[in-house]
Design a protein around this ligand. Structure first.
Ligand SMILES: [Zn+2]
Length: 63
């Protein structure tokens, strides 16, 4: 069954955690929502998750 749940397409840069919605835009920031099914990272890049975390931490340190 296809899920109707979508997630803010820019939550990584705008929110601390994924913002889910049933609509087509993020209810928190208005960015386009994307289906949660597609992998948000390249499966061939095993360091993608680590890199995103490092980026988020660096941003938090700067504020
Ligand atoms: Zn958002």
């Amino acid at each position: 069954m296809k899920s109707d749940i979508q997630v803010c397409g820019e939550w990584e840069s705008r929110h601390d955690r994924p913002v889910y919605t049933l609509g087509e835009t993020c209810p928190a920031c208005g960015a386009a929502a994307v289906n949660v099914a597609p992998a948000p990272f390249d499966p061939a890049d095993p360091h993608g998750e680590y890199r995103r975390r490092a980026k988020r931490r660096a941003r938090d340190d700067g504020e």
